[in-house]
Design a protein around this ligand. Structure first.
Ligand SMILES: Cc1cc2nc3c(=O)[nH]c(=O)nc-3n(C[C@H](O)[C@H](O)[C@H](O)COP(=O)(O)OP(=O)(O)OC[C@H]3O[C@@H](n4cnc5c(N)ncnc54)[C@H](O)[C@@H]3O)c2cc1C
Ligand code: SF4
Length: 487
């Protein structure tokens, strides 16, 4: 156990962010590099080793949080990294990007600020890379079996790493020009610098995983043919179909899906463009959708030099504290101020967009909205609250409706969909088609990186069992039907 009195003597302290005015001038991560190391052992000492660690259940990976908190407290970074990797292939992604449902489930959080679990996690993995403790782990022997993984987001990468380490020959097919899925093209550099992905890809290549970029299964390679070529297939193609806003003026220039806008900025960071082909520079920007994707648009617009940034949300503003109907240890919907919000802009709640207005050249200029309220459980416009706000760039960040069904992947494989339009699977992550498995957002629907990694690991176990016909030694963190105490 870490310090038995740590939670009594030490208050919660988190990573220090760079001043907003400074950090919007660059694309680097928002935190002061190295700010965690001097404080993190004391922070880890706040873990009470409470006996029934609800944080294990809060974390979809079942991370062994009290164990690595203890090692972090003792500054035994090598042992801490070993415990961390026992359940998580990519803690540098979750340690930076996870909304930390574990902290909502922390027992200390019942009546005090929770342990800074996510900050401990990222410190352990950053120290491990620095110390050279993260090395390739190629398999001892090869099984002679082959697996194709479709999609290189966190689910595909986790499945591929687990299956390669189990001795199978794994090729990852990715339609984009670079590996990483939404980690690469979606999540901005200021939330996670892409060098972290590159480092992991190198490790995976050294272990034997093969990567094929610029290949779209269902278009460049027929899905059924791919199935014949490999002994098993994992579909980890994400839930990339974005929800649209079919209101008058949607067709105007300057109204874009968030995922048409954000990846271009990622590509600037990769050196593909000098300036993004869609940029907020000098424009009044309106982001429709109050979630994380919307916040990423806000932070990106700030860095591109927007004249103003307004984020609209149809739902009412969440409460600052845990609502009564979302008690500990659930992951509550509360008002969050992300790093992008600290940097400026306005957030407007309980409003609905009625239409867009453009100039004679077809460029969007104004967004018309109306305030809404719940009447008989339905969001209803409030008469007399119509108004318009300047909008020269509009991004739609209203969520995703499921996996891409236009490219033929679903039809060619013949996989069934569930009632929500996601690829249906059983408790082993197997679809209705023999030898075809599914992991991550493609099966779960739009979710989180931590769930994608957890599902990739679990699906790998199902594949391993299918290929060997024997119980798998790979761990099984979550089942698709699990209803953990998390998002
Ligand atoms: C802008 C944005 C910000 C986000 N921020 C966070 C965050 O901060 N924290 C968090 O936890 N979650 C965040 N999320 C959610 C998170 O990124 C996803 O839940 C996660 O990436 C899902 O992983 P995945 O591997 O299932 O799919 P994805 O990451 O979507 O990867 C799927 C990959 O499959 C490829 N693909 C699709 N079809 C084919 C095909 N036919 N052939 C070949 N390749 C194909 C795609 O190109 C893509 O690269 C964010 C999402 C978005 C959109
Ligand atoms: S992966 Fe997320 S939920 Fe799990 S320990 Fe890390 S921050 Fe917490």
């Amino acid at each position: 156990m870490a310090d038995p009195k740590g939670f009594l003597t030490t208050g919660r302290e988190t990573a220090t962010s760079r001043p907003p005015a400074e950090r919007v001038k660059d694309w680097n991560e928002v935190y002061v590099p190295g700010s965690l190391l001097p404080i993190i052992s004391k922070q880890a000492s706040r873990c009470m080793d409470c006996g029934i660690p609800f944080c294990h259940n809060g974390c979809p990976l079942g991370n062994l949080i009290p164990e690595w908190n203890d090692y972090a407290y003792r500054e035994d970074w090598t042992a801490a990294s070993e415990r961390l990797h026992a359940t998580n292939n990519f803690p540098e992604f979750t340690g930076r990007l996870c909304p930390a449902p574990c902290e909502s489930a922390c027992v200390l959080g019942i009546n005090q600020p929770a342990v800074t679990i996510k900050n401990v996690e990222v410190t352990i993995i950053d120290k491990a890379w620095e110390a050279g403790d993260v090395t390739p782990q190629p398999p001892q022997r090869h099984s002679g079996k082959t697996v194709a993984v479709i999609g290189s987001g966190p689910a595909g990468l986790a499945a591929a790493q687990q299956l390669t380490r189990a001795g199978h020959t794994v090729a990852v097919y990715e339609r984009a020009d670079r590996i990483g899925g939404l980690l690469r093209y979606g999540i901005p550099e200021f939330k996670m610098e892409k060098r972290h992905i590159n480092r992991r890809i190198e490790q995976m290549r050294a272990e034997g995983t093969k990567f094929r970029t610029g290949v779209e299964i269902g278009r460049d390679i027929d899905a059924a043919k791919l199935r014949k070529r490999y002994d098993a297939v994992v579909i980890a193609a994400g839930a990339t179909t974005a929800r649209d806003l079919p209101v008058p003026g949607r067709e105007l220039n300057g109204v874009h899906q968030a995922m048409e806008y954000l990846p271009l900025s990622n590509k600037v960071q990769e050196g593909d463009y000098i300036t993004a082909p869609i940029t907020a520079e000098g424009k009044h920007v309106v982001v429709i959708g109050g979630g994380d994707t919307g916040a990423d648009c806000v932070g990106t617009a700030h860095r591109q030099g927007a004249a103003s940034v307004t984020q609209l949300e149809i739902m009412p503003r969440p409460s600052d504290t845990r609502p009564g109907h979302q008690p500990w240890p659930t992951f509550p919907m509360t008002y969050k101020v992300t790093s992008a919000h600290e940097e400026g802009g306005e957030r407007v709640y309980s409003v609905s967009t009625t239409h867009f207005e453009g100039d004679e050249d077809g460029n969007v200029q104004w967004l018309h909205l109306v305030e809404v309220e719940f009447i008989d459980g339905k969001l209803t416009p409030k008469p007399g609250t119509e108004r318009k706000i300047p909008a020269q760039l509009v991004t739609l960040a209203m969520g995703f409706t499921g996996t891409d069904q236009e490219n033929g992947l679903v039809r060619q494989f013949g996989v069934d969909l569930d009632a929500r339009g996601n690829i249906a699977r059983d408790a082993d992550y197997a679809t209705n088609v023999d030898g075809v498995f599914v992991a991550g957002d493609a099966g779960r629907g739009q979710s989180l990186i931590v769930w994608a990694i957890a599902e990739g690991r679990a699906a790998a176990r199902g594949v391993d069992r299918y290929l060997t016909g024997a119980p798998s030694a790979l761990p099984y963190p979550v089942r698709p039907t699990d209803r953990a105490l998390t998002v």
